[in-house]
Design a protein. Structure first.
Length: 254
């Protein structure tokens, strides 16, 4: 009886796997450099492009209204960017100076009386005039405060902007002091909803109107810092350990 055991064959050892740490780190660095370059150049490029587009648009509009001999950019050997915008600003200053005088006010009143007799035009003109007077008035409180309100249901919060104190029939139908709130949509803040909210249901935020608009446009990606926490000396406040804030009412001067 043969007790010999069959020889065992040993498998050759496989070479150790080489982890591509260097190549991975290089790709990660290149990706970070690319993202950093986009973050630095994109806002600057877009801002310059928009400003240049507005200047070019105003220049073309002014060029279409003025005769050739009155517009220097048409007969000079070189183009003057922004000349139309400068002429527009000068024209608005001249109109404002004239309208602030006695004769100017009289002529404006006559023109408004003529517009008031036109059925469709008077509605458009009246609404636009009221909007511009409200927004551009020096003592206006429109869009001076950013507030937090529960919308569209209890427990869900939205950011809105105070446009004034409710007056007229809407205020007379309720016992509470009601505030006009513009609730913008994301990412287009030019559209939204007009809400009439009781003063006691509004929370005034410390952020500025510009910060609130940035937050709405970015969909919450750009969030302004909490100034109440930064005032205590904590640059990076921990939201989980932050004390409960006292809800501030809307200013009575709104």
């Amino acid at each position: 009886m043969n007790d010999e055991t069959p020889p065992t064959t040993t498998q050759p050892a496989s070479p150790p796997e080489v982890t591509p740490t260097r190549s991975a780190s290089l790709v990660a660095r290149l990706r970070n450099y690319l993202i950093t370059g986009i973050l630095v150049t994109a806002p600057i490029a877009i801002t310059i492009s928009l400003i240049w587009l507005i200047i070019d648009l105003v220049d073309n509009m002014v060029q279409s209204f003025l005769p050739v001999d009155k517009y220097p950019a048409l007969y000079l050997p070189f183009q003057i960017p922004g000349s139309g915008l400068i002429l527009t600003v000068l024209a608005l200053l001249a109109i404002g100076f004239f309208a602030a005088g006695v004769l100017g006010k009289y002529l404006v009143k006559i023109g408004e009386n003529i517009v008031a007799r036109m059925p469709v035009v008077r509605s458009v003109y009246g609404a636009l005039k009221q909007i511009f007077e409200t927004v551009l008035a020096q003592q206006s409180n429109a869009f001076r405060q950013v507030v937090l309100l529960e919308y569209p249901r209890r427990g869900v919060f939205a950011v809105g902007f105070v446009t004034g104190v409710t007056e007229g029939e809407v205020q007379n139908l309720t016992d509470d002091t009601v505030i006009n709130i513009f609730l913008p949509t994301t990412p287009n803040p030019t559209s939204g909803f007009l809400l009439f909210v009781p003063r006691r249901d509004l929370v005034v935020l410390d952020m500025t109107v510009e910060e609130g608009i940035k937050m709405v446009i970015s969909g919450g990606i750009v969030t302004p810092p909490d100034r109440s926490a930064l005032a205590d000396g904590d640059e990076t406040p921990d939201q989980s350990e932050a004390p409960e804030r006292t809800l501030k009412p809307v200013k009575s001067s709104v």
